[in-house]
Design a binder for this molecule. Structure first.
Ligand SMILES: [Zn+2]
Length: 191
């Protein structure tokens, strides 16, 4: 690796660490001639993977887009950035393991829902409401019932995200992600 300051080719790695929950390694290097330091990132060269959208269009699989969609669903929920990143790399690994050059967007959507269902019920409902394009309150109630049923089956005592009773239309509005909002980092205490 050539030094960006003096162009010397003699540089040494002084620190090397995996970037948490990505497929990258970050290296801190020092030039042996001018002794300045700089950072490099090593990434895996992946085979191209295309996502086929509902309308038949193809677009390149972009992990950051997946990450953004999940972050939106988890907005203001106690789901840390680390967990979101972890979900993303796990989904990408699962997709690449299928060793296909293209994957329907529905497959990716199902994978996200599966992960969110086990992570945060509200995030799951939010994602599902957009992904499945809930037509009415009935669809919404159904999704909540599914979540509650699974909880009963697994024996995990988690409070349902919103009551299926009462004003569901209002609940639905509350559950919708704020699309324009910038995802926030979850406060330390919630991690
Ligand atoms: Zn140098």
């Amino acid at each position: 690796m050539r030094c960006p300051f003096c162009t010397a080719t003699e540089t040494k790695v002084v620190d090397s660490r995996e970037v948490v929950n990505t497929f990258e390694v970050r290296r801190r290097r020092e030039c042996e001639v001018c002794h300045k330091r700089f950072t490099t990132y090593e990434r895996i060269e992946q085979n191209p993977l295309a996502v086929i959208k509902k309308d038949g269009r193809r677009e390149e699989f972009r992990p950051e887009k997946l990450n953004h969609a999940i972050s939106m669903a988890c907005h203001k929920r106690p789901v840390s950035t680390e967990i979101i990143n972890k979900i993303c790399v796990e989904i990408e690994a699962a997709l690449r393991n299928e060793e296909k050059s293209e994957v329907p967007s529905s497959r990716v959507g199902e994978m996200v829902m599966e992960k969110l269902r086990n992570t945060d019920k509200v995030a799951y409902i939010r994602f599902a409401s957009i992904y499945r394009e809930f037509a009415d309150v009935k669809d919404f109630r159904q999704a909540i019932k599914e979540v509650s049923r699974r909880e009963k089956n697994t024996g995990i005592n988690v409070k349902p995200p919103v009551s299926a009773e009462g004003n569901s239309a209002e609940n639905k509005a509350e559950c919708m992600p704020v699309r324009s909002a910038v995802p926030e980092t979850v406060p330390e205490k919630n991690r």
